[in-house]
Write a protein that binds this ligand. Structure first.
Ligand code: NAD
Ligand code: GDD
Length: 375
């Protein structure tokens, strides 16, 4: 495979849907820094980056609306589609899955057909490790290593919940839809983490949640850190800068089948909690992990196999977990400090310290939808 292909042509108009979200905001800034005109389309008016790059235009609106989709893609050469109703296990749990399926599939079908109509050159879709069969991820005692073709192991495919099913359906729609001359690219992200993502709104994934709890432990001197489940669940975590690099390489490649973008360094959630504590400078000998049952835990064991993506793109993650956690911890610590700047923030900070930084679940309003009968 030739990895020295010329990069994306010098001035492409790049649209990032969900560009005020975690991964999208990093990607938007990266393309902007490379000199491309960048537009963001998001239902949220701003990202966690406070100093919005002047020059990145934001279209604020709802991508479930096809007219909004048509408007935002009009001048785009490249569309990176990251908008989704999503989050960690505190969001994609059973209670919310029907709503998530409907929102995400509606958004994606709208944006996809708007892109085809507008003659977009390249379309990137953010899929997920949740497409892999849950049957391959049942045993926490040994590490699994999920290769791209494993989606089709043990047919029929059994992705994780309706969130995973929607991602898999969309992968298939993209690969089988008449996309004309539009080139399509699909990444399967495995738990991406880093600064400028959700850290306290219930949508955060476990790295941010455990860092928040460890920082609160440090601030309060109460060394108890709540961990959902028994802590033996295993995951791998990929730092955001590595993930962005992977996406950029993918878009400059001839690879049009789904690729894993993740880390191969699996770890138990208990060990992740210890690393999070280390990242914030807690005395590990005083750390007490408090396991709670009844919270959503997802699959028992998941890990990325990067053989295919490395061969195709010459990409592999470079930032180790401890280093990435330390960088993320610094940002969350700054966010907690910043809360003190307003009365409302100060009250929120006091609440965080009082409940020891414990996580809450997101409960989405179901609304009227095709799965109403399931609820
Ligand atoms: P995020 O929640 O930070 O970003 C998603 C963005 O989409 C948000 O800014 C949100 O406001 C926007 N959005 C949601 N509904 C919208 C709507 N109706 N109209 C317009 N905008 C809307 O999530 P993220 O972590 O940045 O994830 C980005 C993409 O990558 C998603 O498609 C997600 O499913 C996928 N993914 C992420 C991970 C991960 O570890 N972060 C893992 C697997 C897949
Ligand atoms: N979110 C969260 N918060 N999870 C916790 C916590 C906590 O405070 N404590 C322990 N966990 C456990 C969860 O119960 C789960 O077993 C594990 O940590 C990982 O949880 P998440 O990071 O929330 O999600 P995930 O890895 O199961 O799935 C995420 O990654 C997928 C891609 O690999 C989600 O973000 C999916 O949406 C995403 O597609």
């Amino acid at each position: 495979m030739d990895h020295s292909k010329p990069a994306t042509k010098s001035k492409c108009h790049v649209l990032v849907t969900g560009g005020n979200g975690f991964i999208g905001s990093h990607i938007a800034r990266r393309y902007f820094a490379m000199g491309h005109p960048v537009t963001v389309a998001d239902i949220a008016s701003r990202s966690h980056f406070r100093n919005v790059s002047p020059g990145i235009e934001t279209f604020e609106g709802d991508l479930r609306d096809p007219d909004f989709c048509a408007r935002v893609v009009r001048t785009a050469d490249i569309v990176l589609h990251l908008a989704a109703n999503m989050g960690g296990m505190g969001t994609i749990h059973e209670e919310n899955e029907a709503k998530i399926y409907q929102d995400n599939h509606t958004i994606t079908l709208n944006i996809l057909s708007a892109c085809v109509d507008a003659g977009v050159e390249k379309f990137f879709y953010a899929s997920s490790a949740c497409v892999y069969p849950t049957s391959l991820q049942d045993g926490a005692e040994s590490d699994v290593s999920l290769c791209e073709h494993d989606v089709w192991a043990n047919p029929p495919p059994r992705p994780q919940g309706l969130y995973g099913l929607e991602k898999l359906n969309t992968e298939l729609v993209i690969q089988n839809y008449a996309t004309g001359n539009m080139k399509t690219y699909i990444s399967r992200f495995h738990n991406i983490y880093g600064p400028y993502g959700s850290w306290k709104d219930g949508r955060e994934k476990v790295p941010a949640a455990l860092l928040r709890k460890a920082i609160v432990a440090k601030l309060t001197g109460k060394y108890e850190v709540e961990v959902w489940g028994d802590g033996s669940q295993r995951r791998s975590f990929c730092y955001i800068d590595d993930a962005v690099e992977g996406v950029l390489k993918l878009l400059d490649s001839d690879c049009h089948v789904p690729v894993n973008i993740g880390s191969e360094e699996a770890i138990s959630i208990d060990d992740l909690a210890r690393k999070a504590a280390e990242a914030v400078g807690l005395d590990l000998s005083r750390l007490e992990l408090q396991h709670v049952v009844g919270k959503p835990v997802g699959v028992a064991s998941r890990n990325s196999n990067n053989s295919f993506v490395e061969a195709e793109l010459g990409w592999k993650p470079r930032i180790g977990l401890q280093e990435g956690l330390t960088r993320t911890a610094q940002w969350i610590r700054d966010e907690i400090d910043r809360l003190q700047e307003t009365a409302q923030g100060e009250a929120e900070r006091a609440g965080l310290l009082e409940n020891l930084g414990e996580s809450s679940l997101v409960r989405l309003r179901p609304g009227k939808h095709i799965f109403a009968l399931l609820l």
